[in-house]
Write a protein that binds this ligand. Structure first.
Ligand code: FAD
Length: 555
């Protein structure tokens, strides 16, 4: 942590030299001593110090200065560092003004000049004040600070990016935090321009994109090499496993991710059935461990970068990203998983990111302390989200169309939900409308058995109603099934177009698509098991087939 500051201001160079010397002698190991002969200059530096996350423990200023009297300086300085102790240096003739200032600027002490010897007349007083300051001082959060409106989709996107990429930050809601308004005021940021992100070095960005934040943090997404043995697209469990195996088996490996490592699993508060973790582990923990492991094996990681096209050029694959940049690879593994299906009810799209969220239970849960939260969906992901949100919300309501959870959710989760007092299940029901003023406030629920509707006060709605694959961008020579999942291996022979596309003497490898050297693994693959462990297994397997493909094609 940065050392707190003692700030001395005195227009008389001799006095300033003497006080600075005495302060340094006693306090320099624990405090930074700043001094200036100009109160105006001192005031100008305060906003900058504030925005750099510095703290001032004590101001010590002369009373009689031609630019500005000490009491006025302390009054103004209070606007930036209200908790700093305030000490006035006065001549005997100024004691009246000093006594008046005790009330006016809540002066903590006035010292008479000269203060010799400092061991008797200076240090005991300052020691006391600094002890008091230390006892009440709560250090400011030093990392990235994000300021915005709680119910703002833009703020949600940034939170999602930061938490997904395991970047520590603190969130400040401008409507409820004085600190947030103060930070904006110092930088002259209008509330209409929010969200804004403040970095440790004192700089800030207004309404930035994830790519701009990544660039600012030195995570600039561009590849180091022209050609890779294997490029893996999507850093969910399947992609991360493929990356770890590719890297550990000596392949020059690049992993590209458009959002954050972990994929769907990264949004899970607790994965309880992953082998080797008897107490379960969170998706973000799994992602963090896997990224560390992959990096140790020399895998390059490009994020946030979205792949928009793969083109086979001779035996190589040219991979194009949304910013227009390209990388080349000998083989590609597509592990782009699935995206949440959208709920189409009336009014819902108006509140996406402003009370309505898709799979964002982890990121937004804290905002729903003591509030009414609804979850749509009866699968395991909905169940996990309900358990997690129940630790914050006053009440969590799970809305399902069926009569019960038994056919869609694992028994262990149903038991947990039944044993949690503030979760209730609303069966035979659909959400038909969302209402609110800038943020979600009310849901209209329709009971399908009774054909009746009821209005429900709702602060948050979390939607988990299945998923569709991220494959719209995958070109025509890769066969997909009717729902867009990528077909691989022997299943391909069921398609009439397969013989027209596949021209090799051999059959496709188990996880190979109908485009040689392009593989698919995990949830994006037709027939996948939709589990973390199976995605990890397929990711690992895909690398075995990449080796066989490279050997077979003499690459
Ligand atoms: C909330 C929740 C809880 C779950 N809990 C469990 C559980 O307890 N146990 C269990 O076994 N399973 C669980 N699952 C299911 C499990 O998470 C998935 O089966 C698994 O994550 C699939 O992994 P994947 O790597 O195939 O795909 P995903 O996890 O979907 O990852 C795909 C990745 O590819 C990225 N991507 C997509 N398109 C592109 C592109 N064009 N360019 C670059 N990157 C792209 C995405 O951003 C994403 O990060 C849960 C799922 C959810 C949503």
């Amino acid at each position: 942590m940065k050392k707190p500051i003692i700030f001395a201001v005195d227009d008389d160079p001799q006095v300033l030299r003497a006080i600075t010397r005495d302060l340094r002698q006693r306090y320099r190991s624990d405090y930074r001593i700043l001094s200036t002969n100009s109160p105006r200059e001192a005031l100008e530096t305060l906003p900058e110090l504030k925005s750099q996350g510095e703290t001032i423990a004590l101001f010590l200023t002369d009373q009689r200065m031609p630019e500005m009297i000490g009491v006025d300086f302390l009054e103004k300085a209070k606007n930036y560092f209200a908790d700093a102790k305030r000490v006035l240096l006065t001549a005997y003739s100024d004691t009246d003004a000093a006594i008046k200032a005790i009330n006016e600027v809540q002066l903590d002490y006035y010292l008479l000049k000269p203060w010799d010897p400092p061991t008797e007349k200076l240090y005991p007083i300052l020691d006391d004040l600094l002890d008091d300051w230390q006892a009440n001082f709560k250090p400011d959060f030093q990392g990235i600070k994000l300021v915005g409106y709680q119910y703002s989709p833009k703020s949600h996107t940034i939170k999602d990016f930061l938490s997904g990429n395991l970047i520590p930050y603190r969130w400040f809601d401008v409507e409820s935090s004085d600190k947030a308004s103060e930070m904006c005021e110092i930088k002259g940021i209008n509330s209409a321009e929010l969200p804004a992100i403040f970095f440790e070095d004192g700089s800030h960005l207004i309404n930035p994109t994830p790519a701009q934040i990544a660039e600012k943090l030195g995570r600039s997404p561009s590849a180091d090499h022209e050609i890779y043995d294997v490029v893996i697209i999507g850093a969910g469990p399947a992609g991360l496993a493929a990356a770890v195996y590719g890297g550990s088996e000596g392949l020059k490996t690049l992993l590209i991710e458009k959002r954050a490592p972990g994929g769907q699993a990264g949004t899970s508060s607790r994965i309880e059935n992953y082998l080797g973790f008897p107490k379960g582990l969170s998706g973000s923990d799994l992602a963090r461990r896997a990224i560390t492991q992959a990096t140790r094996f020399g895998v390059e990681f490009l994020s946030p970068q979205e792949v928009v096209n793969i083109e086979s050029v001779d035996q190589y694959k040219k991979i194009t990203m949304s910013d227009g940049s390209c990388v080349n690879a000998k083989a590609v593994v597509i592990t782009t998983g699935v995206n949440y299906r959208m709920l189409e009810s009336k009014g819902l799209s108006d509140f996406t990111g402003a009370g309505v969220y898709y799979g964002a239970a982890m990121t937004e849960a804290h905002a729903f302390k003591g509030k009414q939260v609804y979850i749509v969906g009866g699968g395991n992901s909905a169940g996990q989200a309900a358990m997690y949100l129940s630790t914050f919300a006053e009440k969590v309501h799970i809305v399902i169309r069926r009569d019960s959870l038994t056919s869609t959710m694992s028994a262990y989760l149903i038991d947990q939900i039944n044993g949690t007092e503030n979760i209730d299940l609303i069966p035979f029901t659909e959400i038909v409308e969302a209402c609110g003023n800038g943020q979600l406030q009310k849901l209209v629920l329709q009971n399908n058995q009774e054909e009746s509707t009821t209005d429900a006060v709702a602060d948050g709605l979390f939607i988990f109603i299945g998923a569709r694959p991220y494959t719209d961008w995958v070109g025509e020579n890769v066969i997909k099934n009717g729902k867009g999942f990528i077909e691989t291996g022997k299943e391909l022979s069921k398609y009439d177009e397969f013989p027209k596309i596949w021209k090799l003497d051999r059959q496709p490898f188990l996880l190979e698509t109908c485009s040689p050297g392009i593989f698919a693994a995990g949830d994006v693959r037709a027939g996948a098991m939709n589990r973390v462990a199976s995605a990890v297994g397929e990711g690992a397997m895909s690398i075995k087939y990449v080796h066989e493909y490279l050997a077979d094609s003499n690459l």
